[in-house]
Structure formats: C-alpha cells, structure tokens
Design a protein around this ligand. Structure first.
Ligand SMILES: [Fe+2]
Length: 200
C-alpha cells in the first residue's frame, strides 16, 4: 500500500520535532530547512517526471522530511545513526517494509558520504545539496560548523571545497542548473574572502 497523506503528515510532524527540539540541542528551533528541502525535492521530482523518469513522490517527500533525522541523535554521526528510531516510528505508522527501506535509502544517500542509488534517493540528495548552495548555503554551513566548534578560519577554508564537492555529486538536470546559478553568485564573495584572509 502506498504512503497516504495522513501518514505523510505524521512523518512531517515527527521529522520537524526531531529537527527543532533535538538536533543541535534545540538551538535550530524554528528553522525551515526541511520545509524548503521538501519543496525543492517536489520540484525536482516534477521535472524528472516531465523528462519521462517516473518517481514515487510520496517516498521522496517522506525521505526529504526525514533526511536529517540523524542529527537528533548525533551531529557528528552518519546519516543513519538514528535509523532505529525512524524505523520504529514508520512501523508504528504501518508503513510497509518495502517503503521503509526506500525511505532509509533516501536518508542514507542524502549527504554525499554514501552514494544515492535509487532515483528517489538521488532527488532527496539533490534537494538537500541545493540548500548548501549560494548565499544561504554559506550561512547554513557556517552555522552548522560553528555548532561543531570550528573556528571562522577553519570554516572559511572548508567552505569552497565543501560546496565544490557537494555540487560535483548532483544527479539531476534541474538541480545542476540551479546550483550553477547559485554558485556563480558566490564568485565575488569567495574572491573578497580570500583577500581578507590573506591579510593583504
Ligand atoms: Fe539537510
């Protein structure tokens, strides 16, 4: 049986609760990353469907809501470090084992440390990666690394490489096109940043 709207609503509430109240000890309460990621994932999915690549949008939406669920357990952990809690929750909702496996695939593959294999996982990966691109991506990555105790200098050194790496792993035409535009807007930013850091 396919995931229905009622189940998806409960998945959203569960994911937002983890993200707002448990990830980063509640310090990112109220952030809208998951909401934007779901919207981006839907847009990418529609674009893929229009190109003749069928996808399961309910799996994509569920995966997009849950992709950062690991942060609730350990901000230094891997994407699946909280999978036991997620699987138990999906079981409670009567989500089938097959759909649970597909959702877990989306979580596993979202951050580039493990390759996204299914079409649905690739789309969740690309939606999350777009949140790492452009000015918003710089602010979000800086905020996250500072929560991990990194210095400004270490974050500055890391940013350009990190963005390049994430961008290079994009799968879909929609995300590649948007990432390119967002990245171009950062050229003067990184040029000026380099000058500031070199004390010239
Ligand atoms: Fe994310």
């Amino acid at each position: 049986m396919m995931i229905d709207e009622e189940q998806l609503k409960k998945i959203k509430e569960f994911a937002v609760d983890l993200d707002w109240n448990r990830a980063f000890g509640g310090k990112s309460y109220g952030n809208k990353h998951l909401f934007r990621t779901v919207l981006l994932a839907e847009r990418i999915a529609d674009d893929e469907i229009s190109r003749g690549n069928p996808v399961d949008k309910m799996i994509i939406k569920a995966g997009a809501w849950l992709h950062d669920s690991g942060l609730a357990k350990d901000i230094h952990g891997d994407a699946l470090c909280n999978q036991d809690e997620v699987i138990a929750f999906l079981e409670e909702l009567d989500i089938s084992d097959e759909d649970t496996r597909k959702i877990i695939d989306c979580i596993r593959g979202h951050d580039g440390r493990s390759l996204a294999l299914s079409r649905e996982a690739k789309i969740v990966h690309d939606a999350d990666t777009l949140e790492k691109m452009g000015p918003l991506g710089v602010v979000r990555e800086t905020w996250k690394r500072s929560q991990m105790g990194w210095t400004s200098e270490r974050i500055c050194e890391h940013l350009r490489n990190h963005l390049d790496r994430r961008k290079s792993l994009l799968n879909t035409a929609f995300a590649k096109g948007l990432a390119e535009k967002l990245d171009q807007s950062l050229t003067p930013f990184f040029f000026t940043l380099g000058g500031q850091l070199s004390l010239k």
